[in-house]
Design a binder for this molecule. Structure first.
Ligand code: FBP
Length: 552
């Protein structure tokens, strides 16, 4: 394999474990904490998880290892979108498993949950694992978005486990995957199959977080990668002084990634979807807000700027969500064929006008034509609008342009406005993990094995106190059912892990809110630069501003 010199050097990096896991496997014991309750809907969750509900929180500490000596055959899967550090979860798991007993075996099921269903796997050995230490990506075994959620699928997984003598499965995924991990754990417990399930919290979106999960892995590296680029763009803007950059950043729904990027780089504008929803802002109000910054800066002679737009923004704009729902209804079932058969955009436009309510048509009419067409072209397999594909960076820049033209006509604005568009998403998901993610992920994997070794089932590998040096991190486990509540999904009540949105009374948002007026008018860009892997700890090991502010 051709490898870069950075990759070669990163192979040598020894990830830092929490102090309590550093003593060697024979010196790690369990401290049992309090029994747990789910965050809401306790009776309902308890009835759905009779075998795994209410178990105790646990932490590991220094002391004689009292776990049962038993050969472990563990299977691991990566689930959902890539997040930097996934490889290190597997490396940590492998190292703890082999340090406990060299005859233990680790299976990697390929291509996500479907690898388990199709019994497609690799068996890891040192040579295989060593090529992936401290590297980004999920290419070690691949990932996928198949959901493991039906009894039929669980029965297939049970068969696969029986065939290989698997004693435990580690599921590395986001909120849905960990919800499914809890359901699978309950299934195994109810069927006395002797297979344990442990979850690990992954997603660059940062929305798998609660009082037990301080942050999901990958968020640190992805936001550092985006912040490096936004910082560079800010510096270019301030050098050339002629462009407004509209930068959409990933994060399917919640705006944590946009907020963290703004905290690191101090752009002129950053929209936060959750605030837009709370204030019930319309597209016109958001446009006005951005155009004010453009006009104010122009009056100071600054015809340039940077605006950060979260990927999920449009779903938070109430009038836009209603419009999307109406479009989905308008093209439901066979009506889509009738629409697609219309020969021209003018015919299609007339069809749309006849089908939408007056209010939604008014919203539709103010959209740039390219976005109008996008809403009807890019549809998912169920025929619904693919909101994540809407080019909101272009939507807002086009609307701002029109707004400024009106201001110019009214004589209230004299500047120039040349927008440039960017979308930062995939380039952050497979970056070399920062030292923080490399350490955190390795610890999550190592810790997951300790949970297996001590016989826990339906637990999430929990590493906390993350704003402190790794030495002070706390390792342990939390029953996944503790994080669950009941939500309505596709017409059914389902037990799920609550998705964490940006809270408007949180310290990170409050800090942003207190500073953004100044950032909107002045040029206060910060240039975080590239992630550093070698050098002083304050440059290489610090995590996100979000976490630092939350824990301040
Ligand atoms: P996960 O929630 O599975 O971690 O994925 C998050 C994400 O990276 C989002 O930020 C983005 O909207 C989405 O995945 C893109 O998905 P895909 O890889 O299927 O294009």
């Amino acid at each position: 394999m051709n490898i870069s010199s950075l990759q070669q050097a990163r192979y040598q990096y020894q990830p830092k474990l929490p102090g309590m896991l550093r003593n060697g496997i024979s010196d790690i014991c369990v401290k049992t904490g309090a029994p747990t309750e789910s965050v809401a809907d306790q009776e309902k969750i308890k009835s759905l998880f009779p075998n795994t509900y209410g178990k105790n929180e646990i932490t590991f500490q220094k002391g004689s290892n009292t776990s049962e000596a038993k050969k472990q055959v563990v299977g691991v899967i990566l689930s959902g979108g890539q997040a930097p550090g996934g490889h290190n979860v597997i490396c940590g798991l492998y190292d703890a498993l082999k340090a406990t007993d060299k005859d233990n075996v680790l299976y990697g099921f390929k291509g996500g949950p479907s690898g388990l269903l199709e019994d497609s796997f690799v068996i890891f050995d040192d040579e295989y694992i060593n090529q992936y230490r401290n590297t980004g990506g999920f290419d070690i075994i691949g990932s996928g978005r198949t959901k493991l959620e039906t009894e039929e699928q669980f029965a297939v997984v049970a068969e696969v486990c029986k065939k290989h003598g698997i004693t435990a499965i580690v599921i590395i995924g986001g909120d849905d995957s960990n919800t499914n991990a809890a359901v699978l754990a309950e299934y195994f417990a109810a069927h006395n199959s002797g297979v344990q399930v442990i979850g690990c919290p992954k997603t660059i979106d940062g929305d798998l977080k609660n009082e037990d999960i301080e942050c999901s892995f990958g968020f640190d590296t992805a936001t550092k990668t985006y912040s490096e680029i936004v910082g560079n763009i800010g510096r270019d803007a301030n050098s050339a002084k002629k462009y407004w950059h509209f930068v959409k950043v990933m994060g399917r729904s919640a705006s944590h990634v946009a907020l963290e990027t703004a905290l690191q780089t101090q752009p002129n504008i950053c929209l936060i979807g959750e605030e837009v929803a709370a204030k019930k802002m319309s597209l016109a109000q958001i446009t006005d807000y951005i155009a004010d910054s453009v006009a104010n800066r122009a009056s100071n002679g600054c015809n340039f700027g940077v605006a950060v737009i979260p990927e999920g923004i449009v779903e938070f704009v109430p009038e836009f969500s209603i419009l999307i729902a109406e479009i989905n209804e308008l093209l439901a079932g066979e009506k889509a064929d009738a629409f697609n058969a219309l020969p021209s955009w003018a015919d299609k436009y007339a069809f749309i006008k006849a089908g939408l309510t007056k209010e939604s048509m008014a919203v539709f009419e103010i959209l740039p034509e390219a976005i109008q067409q996008q809403l009807f072209l890019d549809r998912d397999p169920h025929g619904n609008v693919q909101v994540s594909l809407i080019e909101s960076e272009k939507l807002f820049s086009a609307m701002v342009k029109e707004n400024l033209a009106a201001r110019k006509a009214a004589g209230t604005y004299k500047g120039k406005f040349s927008p440039i568009h960017h979308f930062l998403g995939y380039e952050g998901r497979c970056a070399f993990p920062s030292n923080f993610d490399a350490d955190y992920c390795y610890s999550l994997g190592y810790n997951a094995f300790m949970l297996i070794q001590y016989g826990f089932n339906g637990y999430l590998s929990k590493v906390s106190n993350l704003s402190k040096p790794a030495e002070e991190w706390i390792a342990g486990g939390m029953p996944i059912t503790k994080m669950m509540n009941i939500e309505r999904r596709h017409g059914h009540d389902k037990p799920v892990i609550r998705k964490a949105l940006v809270e408007l009374d949180s310290k990170p948002f409050k800090y942003f809110e207190a500073n953004r007026e100044k950032w909107a008018v002045e040029t206060c860009y910060v240039f975080p630069g590239a992630i550093q892997y070698f050098g002083p700890s304050e440059v290489c090991d610090t995590t996100t501003k979000t976490l630092a502010l939350e824990k301040a």
